[in-house]
Write a protein that binds this ligand. Structure first.
Ligand SMILES: NC(=O)c1ccc[n+]([C@@H]2O[C@H](COP(=O)([O-])OP(=O)(O)OC[C@H]3O[C@@H](n4cnc5c(N)ncnc54)[C@H](O)[C@@H]3O)[C@@H](O)[C@H]2O)c1
Ligand SMILES: O=C(O)C(=O)C[C@@H](O)[C@H](O)[C@H](O)COP(=O)(O)O
Ligand SMILES: [Zn+2]
Length: 351
């Protein structure tokens, strides 16, 4: 078992990674409301159990308010806790409910997908989709405890594992060259869910993400935006496909587009795009819009893209890879970005 603790602004965030860490839930004081997807057999019993539709369709404001209603009906107070058990979609909605209920109920995240363990469960971004765009309503609200119990991954299909690996590859490409090398050398062990390999991948990801979040929790200092590499195009792809393309796959193709933009605009060293393609290919992740096997409506994607949260006026602050494990923030005029994005979304390969 591996344990970390990080101070994020005003709260202490504790993370435990390993098999069986779920048992830690017994140490939580007060009443517990457990929110979990209908599809996941419940291993955790709370004083109040709430089931939630998972997937992007579940990330709706009505579901967040329904959780609030149920907490109120059951007489929950701010001394109690909400335990979000599920993938990224469940934690995003349940975390949002916890943050608005009486201005904040203690939140515990129990991710059950790899993507949830390495990314969505950490860092305090919560929210729901709105106006055909991702996470348009949400809060920054830190969980006090995150339990990454590897036994959940036993039932996770390989396809879902690979979607989570797309976010891991994101950290490797822009923050962590050592992780890039580890992924390159250990794809077989990771894909066959070797316990040590997964523990290594998850703990490196958690550390990388928490280090960034602790420096710039609210994404106001131009630091946290690095975690959004691949997401300007990725989120646009999700919206352009009416949310048929899953997040992990959309950002996989998104990272390729954004790396190509970085190269074309002269910010990425020669060879970076090849390194991005190589690692994604190794984990059988999509490297173009064509490979997503879904219809992506370009105009719909572009109109979602201009709602990106990194936009300021007529510019957008993009995190571009410079060389493996390094990045820089670059202000790009919206018009330039639209042109490059259109090319990438339309021909499945460009710019
Ligand atoms: N808040 C953040 O910082 C953050 C970071 C990254 C992604 N996200 C969000 O997370 C979402 C994607 O999360 P996700 O990929 O976990 O999707 P998800 O929550 O839809 O889960 C994917 C699928 O896995 C199934 N599943 C969950 N646990 C399982 C298990 N243990 N065994 C078998 N099946 C299981 C679910 O039922 C679902 O069908 C997106 O909405 C994305 O925007 C948020
Ligand atoms: O934690 C972050 O910051 C991220 O950007 C992590 C992303 O992987 C994640 O998909 C996040 O939900 C995107 O947030 P948004 O602000 O672009 O909606
Ligand atoms: Zn993401």
């Amino acid at each position: 078992m591996i344990e970390f603790s990080e101070k994020v602004c005003c709260s202490e965030v504790k993370v435990k990674v390993g098999r069986g860490v779920l048992g830690e839930l017994d140490s939580i004081k007060g009443r517990k409301c457990v929110v979990h997807p209908k599809s996941l057999p419940l291993e955790v019993k709370g004083d109040l159990d709430i089931t939630l539709e998972d997937g992007e369709r579940g990330k709706d404001i009505s579901n967040a308010l329904s959780i609030v209603d149920k907490l109120l009906d059951a007489g929950f107070t701010r001394g109690d806790s909400l335990v979000a058990v599920g993938g990224g979609t469940v934690m995003d909605v349940a975390g949002f409910s916890a943050s608005i209920f009486m201005r904040g109920l203690n939140l515990v995240n129990v991710p059950t997908t790899l993507l949830g363990m390495v990314d969505a469960g950490i860092g305090g971004k919560t929210g729901v989709n709105y106006g055909n765009a991702k996470n348009m309503i949400g809060t920054f609200y830190q969980p006090s405890l995150i339990l990454d119990d590897l036994s959940f991954l036993d039932t996770l299909p390989e396809e879902e594992l690979r979607r989570g690996l797309a976010e891991v590859i994101k950290y490797a490409l822009v923050l962590d060259k050592e992780l890039y090398d580890f992924l390159s050398l250990n794809s077989g062990a990771i894909l066959r869910k070797d316990n040590d390999a997964l523990e290594r991948v998850i703990s490196s990801s958690v550390k990388d993400k928490l280090a960034v979040v602790s420096e710039d929790e609210r994404e106001t200092k131009g630091i946290r935006i690095v975690l959004n590499f691949g997401h300007t195009i990725g989120h646009a792809i999700e919206a352009g496909s009416n949310f048929q393309v899953p997040h992990g796959l959309a950002i996989s193709a998104g990272m390729v587009c954004e790396a190509k933009m970085a190269e074309e605009l002269g910010y990425a060293e020669e060879g970076v795009v090849e390194d991005v393609l190589w690692l994604l290919h190794l984990f059988r992740l999509p490297i173009s819009v064509e490979q997503l096997n879904s219809r992506v409506e370009v105009e719909k994607a572009l109109s979602a893209m201009v709602k990106d949260k990194k936009r300021r006026g007529e510019e957008i602050l993009m995190p571009f890879p410079t060389r493996i494990g390094n990045w820089r923030a670059v202000k790009i005029p919206l018009e330039t970005l639209e042109g490059l994005a259109k090319q990438c979304l339309s021909n499945g390969g460009g710019p």
